[in-house]
Every structure is written in structure tokens, then in C-alpha cells.
Ligand binder design. Structure first.
Ligand SMILES: Cc1cc2nc3c(=O)[nH]c(=O)nc-3n(C[C@H](O)[C@H](O)[C@H](O)COP(=O)(O)O)c2cc1C
Length: 195
């Protein structure tokens, strides 16, 4: 397999959002494990127009996101829990993946997707993780066995510089990245022509 590409999508418009910090941490683990990565965080997601099915024109940011996911060997999604589901910002980005419907590998087909949810309570985090996984299934992606939930009220997971300072959270984000890469390697081996 060539060096796998893992694409991260998530965070909020707020600079230094905990979702973005978690996503950056997981992507750093993916790089440590041998991947190359691309990040679409709050500023890029906020630059996406509201997805409109009747509107075929695409901005540079829209094209960049769709092309990156098209080439991705695995995906990481991080969202805050907002009222029992993912944020509109993140969902708008995922709706844009409708552009991948006619591809030979539609949507997130054949790719593992690691899901990260940050919320102010465990109930909101758990419910939202389940909702995110439903969306990944709809996009034909393979949610990893582990999903990472971070209760931002109960756990101080990140320092002011964005570094993950909670060993348990860091270990989970590392495991998440590892599962996405493991699946990418396994499916790549299956696709490879036999000798
Ligand atoms: C509009 C809105 C809705 C929210 N809804 C919930 C919720 O239903 N359950 C919950 O636990 N937290 C909820 N929260 C809290 C956020 O999930 C929480 O503050 C999270 O840590 C924000 O992550 P961030 O640091 O990445 O912005 C909500 C916050 C906002 C702004």
C-alpha cells in the first residue's frame, strides 16, 4: 500500500474548539503511524456554502473537500454534540459528499471512519456518537469499533496550546487512528491484485 491518506473533518467556528483539538490529536497519531493527513477544520467548514442540491457550482473549498475525501483511505470526523446530534457545520460538510455519489467508490464506501464527539455531558456525547455513526452508515462508511466521546465539563483533555493532556483521552484518540489505519491496510490488501 502507498502511504495512506487520512482526512479529518470537524471542529467548530470557534478557534481552539475542543473538537478541533481532538481531531488534530487523532490526525497526529495517524501521522505517527505512517499516514499522511489533510484537515478540514472550522475555518474551511465555515467557508462552505449551505449545501443546496439544485446548485451545481462549487467553490475552491468545496472542491478541495470533495477531492480529498475521494482520495482518502480513511476519515476522521469530530463534532460537538448539539441538541442530540452533530453540529450543522459538520453535517453541511457531510451533505456535500453527495458529490461523490456517481463515483466508482461512492461517498465513504470502503473507508473506515473514526468518530469523535465532544459534549457537555455523557448523555449528549453518547447519543451524538450514535447519530454520527448512523450518518456514516448512510454514506456507506465503516464506523470503527471505537468511537471517542469527550465530556468537556468532566475532563480537561487539552491544554491551552491544544496538546492532549489527559492520558486516557490521548490513548483513545491513538486507538481510533490505529483502527482507521488498520482497516485501510486490510482493505488495500484485499484490493491488491494477487501475485
Ligand atoms: C447550540 C449548542 C447545543 C448544545 N447541545 C448540547 C447537548 O445537547 N448536550 C450536551 O452535552 N452538550 C451540548 N452542548 C455543549 C457542547 O457540546 C459542548 O460545550 C462542547 O464541549 C463544545 O465543543 P467545542 O469546544 O468543540 O466547541 C451544546 C452547545 C451548543 C452551543
Amino acid at each position: 500500500m502507498t502511504v495512506p491518506l487520512i482526512v479529518g473533518i470537524g471542529g467548530t467556528t470557534r478557534p481552539g474548539s475542543s473538537g478541533e483539538k481532538a481531531l488534530r490529536t487523532a490526525l497526529a497519531h495517524a501521522e505517527r503511524l505512517g499516514a499522511r493527513t489533510a484537515l478540514f477544520a472550522g475555518p474551511q467548514l465555515a467557508d462552505l456554502p449551505m449545501y443546496a442540491p439544485e446548485q451545481p457550482e462549487r467553490s475552491d473549498t468545496e472542491r478541495a473537500l470533495v477531492d480529498a475525501v475521494r482520495q482518502a483511505d480513511g476519515v476522521l470526523i469530530a463534532t460537538p454534540g448539539y441538541h442530540g446530534g452533530m453540529s450543522g457545520l459538520v453535517k453541511n460538510a457531510l451533505d456535500l459528499l453527495e458529490d461523490l455519489r456517481p463515483d466508482a467508490r461512492p461517498y465513504l464506501d470502503g473507508r473506515a471512519v473514526g468518530c469523535i464527539v465532544v459534549a457537555a455531558g455523557w448523555q449528549g456525547a453518547g447519543v451524538t456518537l450514535s447519530a454520527v455513526r448512523d450518518v456514516v452508515h448512510a454514506l456507506r462508511g465503516w464506523p470503527t469499533p471505537l468511537g471517542v466521546t469527550i465530556n468537556t465539563v468532566a475532563v480537561q483533555a487539552f491544554g491551552p496550546d491544544g496538546a492532549c493532556i489527559d492520558p486516557a483521552t490521548d490513548a483513545q484518540l491513538a486507538a481510533l487512528a490505529g483502527q482507521v489505519l488498520h482497516f485501510a491496510a486490510a482493505t488495500s490488501a484485499l484490493r491488491a491484485p494477487s501475485a
